[in-house]
Design a protein around this ligand. Structure first.
Ligand code: DX5
Ligand code: ZN
Length: 224
C-alpha cells in the first residue's frame, strides 16, 4: 500500500526556501504542496507565481498548488506558466467550478477540487469524474500548525467509499494537522496523499517524512 507524501512549504524556512525544497525532494517527497492565499478567501497572504518559478528549476518533483483564493480563474494561467503540475481549487470560492476545471485542464495542468471542513462531500460529486484530485481539508484553511479536526474523518471515509464504488481514479488528498499521530487515522480512512507542513518542516525533514510515510502505510494496510 503506497501513500504519497506532500510536504507543504508554508512551514519551511523562507530565508532558505531553496535548500528546504531540495531537502524535501531528496527525502523522497512525492509532491511539493504550495499554499496560495489571497488575504480574502482566507485571512492570510502567502506566495504567488514568482516564488513558484524561482523554485521550479531546483527539482523535478511535481508541484501541487492549493489555491485558497476568492477568484481562482485569474490565477490559472500564471501558475500554469510558473510550472505547477496540479492546481486545486475550492468549491467554496466565487467561480463557475466546471469552467475553472476546464481552464486548468486546457492549460495542461491536472485539476483538483478542495472541500473545507464544513462543506459536505456531496458538493464534490458532480465534478469528480473531471478532476484528478479531491482534497479534503482537515483544518479551516489559512494557517499552518493548526489542530487536526477529527470530525472530518467520516467525510474522508465517505469520499473513499464513493470513489471506489464509482471506480474513479481521482486521488484522495488530505491537508491540515497531519502529523505522526494523525497520519494513521487519515490513511486508514482512505487517503492516498497526505499533505504535511509543520509535521515535516523546517528541521529533520528527511526523518519526519520517512516516519510519516511509515506510520501512514502501516495504517493503510489495515483498511478493510
Ligand atoms: C492550511 C494549508 C495547509 C497547511 C498545512 O491552510 O492549506 O497546507 O500548510 O500545515 P500543517 O500540516 O502544519 O497543518
Ligand atoms: Zn494546503
Amino acid at each position: 500500500m503506497r501513500i504519497k507524501i506532500a510536504p507543504s512549504i508554508l512551514s519551511a524556512r523562507f530565508d532558505r526556501l531553496g535548500e528546504q525544497v531540495k531537502e524535501a525532494a531528496e527525502a523522497g517527497a512525492d509532491l511539493l504542496h504550495i499554499d496560495v492565499m489571497d488575504g480574502h478567501f482566507v485571512p492570510n497572504l502567502t506566495m504567488g507565481p514568482t516564488i513558484v518559478s524561482s523554485i521550479r528549476p531546483l527539482t523535478k518533483i511535481p508541484f501541487d498548488a492549493h489555491l485558497m483564493v476568492t477568484h481562482p480563474q485569474q490565477f490559472v494561467a500564471p501558475f500554469a506558466d510558473a510550472g505547477v503540475d496540479d492546481l486545486t481549487v475550492h468549491v467554496e470560492s466565487d467561480h463557475d467550478v466546471r469552467k475553472t476545471i476546464r481552464m486548468i485542464r486546457d492549460a495542461g495542468v491536472k485539476p483538483g477540487l478542495v472541500l473545507n471542513p464544513a462543506t459536505p462531500f456531496d458538493r464534490a460529486i458532480p465534478f469528480l469524474p473531471d478532476v484528478d484530485l479531491l482534497l479534503v481539508m482537515t483544518v479551516q484553511p489559512g494557517f499552518a500548525g493548526q489542530a487536526f479536526r477529527s470530525d472530518v474523518v467520516p467525510k474522508i471515509r465517505e469520499a473513499r467509499a464513493y470513489l471506489d464504488k464509482e471506480r474513479l481514479k481521482t486521488e484522495l488528498q488530505v491537508d491540515g494537522g497531519i502529523k505522526i499521530d494523525t497520519a494513521p487515522i487519515v490513511a486508514e480512512a482512505g487517503a492516498d496523499i497526505l499533505v504535511s507542513g509543520s509535521g515535516i518542516f523546517p528541521d529533520h525533514v528527511a526523518a519526519n517524512l520517512k516516519k510519516l510515510r511509515e506510520v501512514a502505510e502501516k495504517a493503510a494496510r489495515l483498511r478493510t
